[in-house]
Design a protein around this ligand. Structure first.
Ligand SMILES: Nc1nc2c(c(=O)[nH]1)N[C@H]1C(S)=C(S)[C@@H](COP(=O)(O)O)O[C@H]1N2
Ligand SMILES: [Mo]
Length: 444
């Protein structure tokens, strides 16, 4: 059996199709964790223990990510440095640029742009000089192919603003054992912003969908990592039913500001509830198709899950008994206190808060435990603003004494499906892991 460091190494160096390759060149998460913000968080909180962040699984939260990987030289703190972004984001890879938001930074009702995670598959395209002149083509199985500028989108169709979660399909990947290939997200490949734009459905209807219109394919302006102009960085698509949902949007603003370049400005899709990879940034073209899209990031094991569970670590090509991911699974996070917080002796009533969301489903309940799941208590949930908004929750746990405690949280969706204690339905690229979130606290 591989130990954690070895298998993480294997994950980092594995080589498969193009998508995998891109993820494989990324910086090892382990190295960053060792020298990075999570360890210093423990230190900053006055705690000598090497507490990890976002840990899940069957080891204690304090030890889950604390042991140095053999051969990895400890590095100094490496704050994430990108214009307009919070230095507390954690860099998962710099080529392509990928950064996640530690759970404690997801403490705002609406995730500020500065704290919103970044997930690129290719290079950044050039920044548009005139956002309103950016053009989008809608073609394929339509009566009237359209070429629309952003200015025309704004003037021809009714605008709407929705607060909705965007979540990477690989969010939670670091809790798979053996590790799934790709960015080792904890729970921070997600954020919830206010998106302003038009319904994708309105634009598709203006183009006139033919009876043969069954699927979409999306294209963005970002060059492939290799620079090869014949390849797309990513090009995913979805069934037309999802495209026609009123919450599937073409957006130009985020939290009331023009959509930032790093988040796909001037124009992107937001397809809530499903893997973030459908929410194409720097959107240039929506192709309406009669057959499922075959772009970069479709097929094989890309954004696909086993329909018949496979042995963890097995070699599978995704051709049989696999299906495209649709709804993301239910997830909850504790955003305060921060993992590793140290509280004064005698502090036993601990206010805690966080967020929960459930892909296409609603959150039915959120519960917390301070005794490793022997007893659970429900917390109060705020009403979401609209469908696909997350639920902000608050609660208080009454600890029996001073000492070391873990607070666990789990959410249950509207179908009665709760988060598992360990990541389940292992798959080679590590999608859909939603093991419950835990934080460690030391009182006294
Ligand atoms: N054109 C383009 N669109 C893209 C991507 C990309 O690399 N290129 N990444 C996708 C993935 S995998 C995710 S999770 C989201 C992330 O959006 P964000 O970077 O704004 O957080 O964008 C999606 N849209
Ligand atoms: Mo993603």
């Amino acid at each position: 059996m591989l130990n954690e460091a070895q298998s993480r190494d294997a994950a980092t160096h594995s080589d498969h199709n193009d998508t995998d390759r891109r993820e494989a060149v990324q910086t090892s998460r382990r190295g960053l964790l060792l020298g990075g913000s999570l360890v210093s968080l423990g230190a900053a909180a006055g705690l000598g223990l090497p507490l990890g962040g976002g840990s899940s699984g069957l080891t204690s939260a304090a030890s889950a990510q604390g042991a140095p990987a053999s051969g990895a030289a400890p590095k100094g703190p490496q704050p994430f440095d990108y214009p307009g972004k919070d230095k507390g984001l954690v860099l998962l890879g710099d080529r392509p640029l990928v950064a996640e938001t530690p759970e404690r930074l997801l403490d705002d009702d609406t995730t500020p742009i500065g704290k919103f995670f970044i997930r690129n598959n290719g290079q950044l395209p050039d920044e548009a000089k005139n956002a309103d002149a950016w053009t989008l083509k809608v073609e394929g199985e339509v009566d009237k192919p359209l070429t629309l500028t952003v200015a025309e989108l704004k003037s021809r169709f009714p605008a709407q603003t929705m607060r909705m979660v965007m979540e990477c399909g690989g969010n939670g990947r670091s809790s798979f054992q053996p590790p799934g290939r790709g960015n080792q997200w904890t729970n921070g490949g997600a954020g919830c912003a206010e998106w302003t734009g038009v319904k994708l459905a309105d634009v598709l209807k203006a183009a006139g969908l033919k009876d043969s219109a069954k699927f979409t394919g999306h294209y963005g302006a970002d060059p492939h990592l290799s620079g090869d102009a014949g390849k797309d960085a990513i090009s995913r698509g979805m069934p037309i039913e999802k495209a026609l949902e009123p919450h599937s949007m073409i957006v130009w603003a985020m939290n009331g500001e023009p959509l930032p370049h790093i988040h796909g400005g001037p124009l992107r899709l937001v397809v809530p509830g499903w893997p973030g990879s459908l929410s194409s940034k720097w959107l240039t073209r929506v192709l309406v198709r009669k057959d499922p899209h075959d772009g970069q990031g479709m097929g094989g094991t890309s954004y696909r899950l086993p329909t018949v569970p496979v042995v963890p670590g097995s070699t599978v090509d995704g051709k049989t008994n696999f299906a495209d991911m649709t709804s993301m699974p239910v997830r909850s996070i504790i955003t305060a206190p921060a993992n590793g917080a140290r509280l004064a002796s005698g502090t036993h009533r601990i206010p805690i808060r966080g967020a929960a969301w459930a892909g296409d489903h609603e959150v039915q309940k959120v519960e917390v435990s301070f005794d490793a799941g022997q007893r659970w208590q429900a917390v109060d949930m705020a009403k979401p603003k609209n469908r696909y908004d997350w639920v902000r929750w608050t609660g208080t746990v009454a600890l029996p004494s001073d000492g070391y405690f873990e607070i666990w949280v789990r959410a249950t969706d509207s179908r009665g499906v709760a988060q598992p204690h360990v990541a389940t339905n292992w798959n080679p690229q590590g999608y859909g892991a939603n093991a419950l979130h835990r934080i460690a606290l030391l009182v006294g």
